[in-house]
Design a protein around this ligand. Structure first.
Ligand code: SAH
Length: 414
């Protein structure tokens, strides 16, 4: 195997189990004999050693400022049982915290660094696992990963791979980035489409049924990361007029309806998302006159409602990541301030705002400051009731605080 030697003292973060080797920490690369090129191949498994030749771990080579993502510390190669053991360990966590139940078969099984598998995401929807690779190394290992999931997670019968949007853009990739990896039941796209059309395919979250379209949907098909925050909306919804802005497939709306909201308006710019919201609401709350869905831009919708003099008791704002990179943070903060100011203006006295940011590059303090600026701009008296974050199946590796991305505030607006 190719060996990566670090500069003196650069082994310290790896010894504290931080899973990344930055390119600046490398003193030299000794390629194994099979190489024709002058550098390791992206996705190749490499050994990392300190300047004193101590073995630090093995991981996937990457092109960019993060040069290696470590899979196992203190060893020179992965055991044959590596993937099964890691998947089984992750599954045990979800089981022990009570996420796997007949009324909840939707959960994140692998959350990258948070489950000690940097570059890998696995979401489970009933009998299907959706795998997403964020590194070429994980792409190379996708079949072993799929087989380990089938072997270790009883409910999963088919594994779908969806890495079109997540693999590094310029990397040379062999094989398909999207498609079925395993489907023992001979599932294929047509069958899934037919099942969905026949109203057969549902995934359960806390006793609510969701149609999850991983073939065409955003990310792996659903935003599991808002499960606990949706449950909190249910607690506050009773008797309220609710606006679920950036609703996607209507997660927060279903919980608000179950929590006896008076009315629920769901808004998303994507017509496909709105179609799914309507399917989900009709399945869980047939012929319920309390719900309306609108395919519209958030800013336009809020401006129009304001002109009409509409107000709400409870608003949820869960926009897409406004900052995808560090250099976009300033603009993102302006965006958060703008949308929050518009929402706060429309909340009735004594109402509640659930507001979120899923931009990893925008930290808690910066987000809170943007929301504070919005409240001050509108001149309303605002108190923080809850500070929210990502749920327990999206764990943060304590040695890798960069894994924290979702944050939210629940505000009481006088
Ligand atoms: N709250 C959702 C997840 C939201 S993801 C849930 O619980 O599942 C963000 C959503 O914002 C996406 O569905 C995207 O289509 C939508 N979106 C992006 N830009 C928008 C805009 N300008 N106006 C309204 N919706 C927008």
């Amino acid at each position: 195997m190719t060996t990566i030697y670090l500069k003196p003292h650069k082994e310290e973060s790896l010894k504290r189990f931080h899973p990344w080797v930055f390119s600046g920490a490398i003193s030299r690369v000794v390629l194994d004999a099979s190489h024709k090129a002058s550098a390791p191949e992206e996705g190749e498994m490499v050994v990392v050693r300190s300047s004193a030749n101590e073995v630090l771990g093995v991981g996937h080579w990457q092109v960019g400022s993060i040069a290696v993502r470590i899979l196992a510390f203190g060893v020179e190669r992965l055991e044959k049982t590596f993937w099964r053991e890691r998947i089984a360990a992750a599954y045990r966590v979800r089981e022990s915290i009570g996420l796997i139940r007949p009324d909840n078969n939707t959960f994140r099984l692998i959350h990258g660094e948070g489950d000690f598998l940097p570059g890998l995401i696995v979401d489970v929807y009933a009998d299907t696992a959706v795998v997403q690779a964020h590194s070429v190394g994980m792409h190379v290992c996708r079949m072993e990963i799929a087989e380990a999931i089938i072997a270790e997670v009883e409910q999963v019968k088919a594994v779908y791979y969806k890495s079109d949007d997540t693999l590094p853009f310029k990397a040379p990739i062999e094989g398909e980035k999207t498609g079925w990896l395993i489907n023992d039941q001979m599932v294929n796209d047509q069958m899934v489409n037919a099942q969905m059309a026949n109203d057969e395919y549902w995934s359960e979250e806390n006793g609510l049924s969701f149609r999850i379209d991983w073939l065409r949907g955003q990310k792996t098909g659903f935003f599991i990361d808002q499960r606990e925050n949706r449950a909190l909306v249910e607690r506050y919804a009773k008797g309220k007029d609710v606006l679920n802005m950036f609703c996607y497939t209507g997660g927060f709306s279903l919980y608000a309806l179950r929590g006896e909201a008076r009315t629920v308006d769901s808004v998303d710019v994507s017509q496909k998302a709105i179609d799914l919201v309507n399917i989900n609401v009709a399945h869980n709350f047939p012929d319920d006159p309390r719900h309306h869905a609108y395919a519209a831009d958030a800013f336009d919708f809020l401006s129009e409602q304001r002109e009409k003099g509409s107000t709400y008791d409870l608003i949820i704002l869960d926009p897409p990541a406004f900052a995808k990179h560090r250099d976009a943070v300033k603009n993102a903060l302006r965006g958060y301030q703008r949308i929050n100011a518009k929402a706060i203006e429309m909340i009735r006295p004594g109402g509640i705002l659930f507001t979120f940011s899923c931009s990893q590059a925008v930290d808690k303090e910066a987000f809170r400051l943007a929301v504070f600026s919005a409240a001050a701009q509108v001149g309303r008296k605002v108190r923080i009731l809850h500070q929210l974050h990502q749920p327990q199946d999206h764990p943060i590796n304590i040695y890798h605080p960069e894994g924290e991305y979702l944050k939210g505030l629940v505000l009481y607006v006088e």
